[in-house]
Design a protein around this ligand. Structure first.
Ligand SMILES: [Zn+2]
Ligand SMILES: [Zn+2]
Length: 630
């Protein structure tokens, strides 16, 4: 070490007159020292000095150092001259190959870099890493991705690069690849914090909450990590997990920030249960309750949970509401079937601040209450009609059974906009209600042709078509379609209902038997069914969209719907409820709607049901706020 320092110092002072042979037997050692000290000029001077006089000294190690120096100095000419001297066919030196690849990449000669990589007989992890970095530098993410297939047992550094690349791609292919590497990773790598963070980031970006959650438990937790996981739970429509995470955060004594509260409000809006919303609002610090985005989100949340008075109270506090605030309130009125109030607010709003979402909200509100004429008037005055606006208007016409006009509107939209799947779905939903199987078949055929890649949308369309078959008594056709879907591994969305009791969120699936009080719930459902029949209820067989097996009856199938299970669950508590609130992810079926109206009347219990479309307030007289227009 001491010898080495003396040489470097003397060389810098005396230049060429200081020979290396007094200190070293090889040339690469002083070169590496100079490179480490970023004295790249000195490395090149040494090379020039000994290249001709002592050609035997010019080893692969020397060329590696020279390439490093010339690349650092962006000396393209010299770098390429050196490269010409290297014979790839006879070379096994992965250090030199990595330097060569790096050099080509630095001078934007990605093709040459690729050539070196492809022709080399052995490939080190550094070579893979260098090549991947090169691809990423040139935005060739797919090519980088293809290289991953060839990597075995990557080290930590290479894994970080792989995870970062997958995070950048943000698609299913990247997720599968990232998952594979993560699962094959040696367990001791889990101690590597930076590596675990990059894996966490990748799973978040690619939308895999299960893996992200698994890693989250193993890394030091900060507010930002909680927020990112909450965001993905909200996106995946798992709001109860966001709220659980908030409880965990409190347990870990981590102070939530504004972003966390916004995410929590969003989760509460998704769950839409007043008691849960109130509990969270009570924990928001007072200064944050004055924050504009928080207030607007709260209006949205109260609207989604059927607490219109609370939404109104907040809205009235705004001296000069902006578009987002107005839209949240109009949306709240619309969801709760209060179209007159929504229209009043819409007309109070200055025309200058109305935006795309304003029109979507107001048209939606008209759509859910059958105000077709008012919707038409508003629609005709909209200066710039987007696909969303056309879709809501199509939906409005469909709900009023004006299918011809709706189809014409789709044609009109497609003169100026590309075709849009939700527009066809609105039409198909309506055709389902009309039970027009021919038209339903025609629409599904059209959709398959126009949107061949929209797998999720096409699954929903097939499910709707199979419902139409079932409703029109063609159970065989319905079953075939359903079997085809199952065989192709495509899953339809399952019906879920959430409710809250004693501070806990309960989730029910159709025919759920997992609840600890399941037998009591089914006994209560039997009692409810008897009462319903006494009051003249006839179970709607056309609400059944599948064939009935030998051990089932129309009544048992319909009583297994998740919303009925959740309602029965409330009635088996020691105190009879006077108020029940539930939220479901799909649209309520005709039978559940009719049954809930009667249950509210018989049991003298106000019931609020939020479905995928609107909020139904069932009163003690057995009426629903939607006036059966759903
Ligand atoms: Zn139902
Ligand atoms: Zn209703």
């Amino acid at each position: 070490m001491f010898v080495c320092q003396s040489y470097l110092r003397n060389r810098l002072i005396f230049g060429k007159s200081e020979t290396i042979f007094r200190y070293f037997s090889t040339l690469d050692v002083p070169m590496k020292k100079f490179n480490d000290l970023k004295q790249f000029d000195q490395t090149l001077l040494l090379y020039d000095e000994y290249e001709k006089s002592h050609p035997a000294l010019i080893s692969n190690k020397v060329l590696t150092q020279v390439l490093k120096a010339s690349t650092h100095l962006l000396d393209k000419h010299r770098s390429l001259t050196i490269a010409k001297k290297i014979s790839l066919s006879s070379m096994n030196d992965t250090y030199l190959l990595a330097s060569l690849i790096h050099m080509f990449i630095q001078f934007d000669q990605i093709g040459e870099a690729e050539q070196v990589f492809q022709q080399s007989r052995i490939r080190s992890q550094t070579m893979f890493l260098t090549m991947i970095k090169g691809y990423l530098k040139h935005e060739m993410v797919e090519q980088a991705f293809d290289l991953f297939e060839k990597i075995t047992n990557p080290n930590e550094i290479l894994l970080i690069q792989i995870f970062n690349t997958c995070a950048k791609l943000e698609n299913q292919k990247a997720l599968n690849c990232g998952r594979k590497f993560f699962e094959q990773m040696p367990i001791e790598y889990e101690k590597h914090q930076f590596l675990m963070n990059s894996a966490f980031n990748m799973f978040i970006k690619c939308g895999d909450s299960t893996f992200a959650e698994r890693i989250f438990k193993k890394i030091p937790r900060f507010c930002i990590g909680y927020g990112r996981l909450m965001k993905i739970f909200n996106l995946e429509k798992q709001p109860e997990k966001t709220i659980d995470l908030y409880e965990q955060m409190k347990h870990d004594e981590i102070k939530p920030d504004r972003i966390i509260y916004l995410l929590l409000i969003n989760a509460c809006a998704q769950i839409g249960l007043k008691s849960i919303c109130q509990r969270i609002v009570d924990e928001i610090p007072k200064d944050l309750l004055l924050d504009h985005p928080i207030q607007t989100s709260l209006i949205y949340m109260w609207g989604k949970s059927g607490s219109i008075l609370k939404a109104e109270a907040l809205f009235e506090k705004f001296f000069r509401p902006d578009a987002i605030t107005y839209n949240s309130m109009i949306n709240a009125y619309g969801l709760n079937g209060m179209v007159d109030k929504a229209l009043e607010l819409f007309h109070r709003m200055s025309k200058d601040i109305r935006d795309n979402y304003t029109f979507v909200c107001i048209l939606n509100s008209c759509s859910h209450t059958g105000r077709v004429d008012q919707a038409r008037r508003i629609f005709n005055e909209i200066p710039l009609k987007t696909q969303q606006i056309y879709t809501v208007m199509v939906d409005c016409l469909c709900r009023a059974s004006l299918l011809e006009e709706a189809q014409q509107l789709i044609i009109q939209s497609e003169l100026v906009n590309p075709p849009w799947l939700p527009m066809y779905m609105a039409l198909l939903s309506s055709v389902r209600h009309q039970r027009d199987e021919r038209l339903a078949e025609k629409i599904v055929q059209q959709m398959t042709k126009i949107f061949p890649k929209a797998e999720k949308g096409l699954i929903s369309a097939s499910v709707l078509l199979s419902n139409v078959y079932a409703m029109t008594g063609q159970l065989e056709k319905a079953e075939t379609l359903r079997t085809n879907l199952i065989q192709s591994g495509k899953k339809k969305e399952i019906g879920l209902t959430w409710t809250e009791l004693n501070g806990k969120i309960w989730k029910f699936r159709a025919h759920d038997k997992s609840h600890p009080q399941s037998s009591q719930i089914y006994e209560e459902l039997d009692r409810i069914s008897k009462e319903l029949i006494e009051y003249g209820h006839e179970f709607h067989s056309n609400s059944i969209t599948r064939s009935i097996s030998s051990h089932e009856t129309i009544q048992s199938v319909l009583c297994g719907h998740s919303e009925k299970l959740a309602i029965a669950f409330h009635f088996i508590q020691s105190t009879r409820p006077s108020h029940i609130q539930i939220t479901e992810n799909l649209r309520i079926c005709e039978d559940c709607h009719a049954a809930t109206k009667l249950i509210a009347r018989i049991r003298q219990c106000e019931i609020i049901v939020r479905d995928a479309s609107c909020i139904h307030h069932f009163d003690l007289n057995g009426n629903c706020s939607c006036q059966d227009y759903f």
